[in-house]
Design a protein around this ligand. Sequence first.
Ligand SMILES: [Zn+2]
Length: 339
Amino acid sequence: MVDISITQQSSCYTFEQLNHSTYKVVQHDSFNDLPFIYVKVYETVLVLVDTGSGPNYCRNPTVQSKNIRPFIEAHLAKNGQLAYSDPEGKTLNKKWLVFITHSHYDHIGGITEFTDDSEIYVSGNDKDYVLHDLGCHSLCCAIGMETPKFEVTHWLQHNERLSYNGVDLGLEALLTPGHTPDEIALYDINEHVLFTGDSLYETIPIYIIDTSDMVEYIKSMEFLLEYIKAKNTELTSLGIRVTTAAGHVTDTADTEILLQEAIDCYWDTLNGKSTLTERIYMRKLNVGIYMNAKRNVGFLCIDEKLEAAIKHFKTNWELPPKPDPETAPSLPSYAVLTD
Ligand SMILES: [Zn+2]
């Protein structure tokens, strides 16, 4: 249910409940990426998964509320979830623990609102990727955004079960490089939700771009599929299955089914069996969009990334003719703002 008391008229964001302990915040941004941001509420801490594109990229630049932190905190305060009483009866604001699913601009754009007093959790898979040349790695340079500065306080390990000051967060970190080297998934043990960032979502293609490694991607997805199958088996007697809360578009899909569809589409793409829906010339790069027959899963691939994966797995398929730089669109058709 969308809370309509603070709507897009006055704010850049919308706020709705996802499950018992989690809210979903959507930024209505000028790029039309519509980043999904998640807030998990605990007794003494708050977990934030991603931060959106930041206050300078509201779709409607005249809205009053552009900053994500006061927007979320106003909602939590209204629900009595922002503060708690310590053992001496003193009222304290809960501490923010900020998890970054990966460091692209539409996930780290709002992070500076939290850097002074919050914990920042980032993948420990490739620290150099985050510590050096973040401007290019975040794509901030490519789109002309000032690169946010932040200090990582906790480098996440694979299969790390997370707690903070003795508070069990019921979260497990999974390092899932592919879309970027620092991509993570977070498994919410109590709500049976997998936060997947930009590794997995529906209807718009998964991006295999400058920052991506298509060979690493499939290893991560095949790991996730086995991980989620085991979780679903454990949950069978309860009649529950794991669902996906992604960085865009998807907040409730069946994770095992969606992962299987993405993996099938991946191999079909490497074998020339998925449908080429668009040829694009994007940032001087040759790009193709390949979708499955249902058109619910697909990949937007830079040619050289797809060619590297084809070579690695020896699937022996030749890419279609290159897009014409003079006439090919520079953006996927779905990304063009219509109003
Ligand atoms: Zn991304």
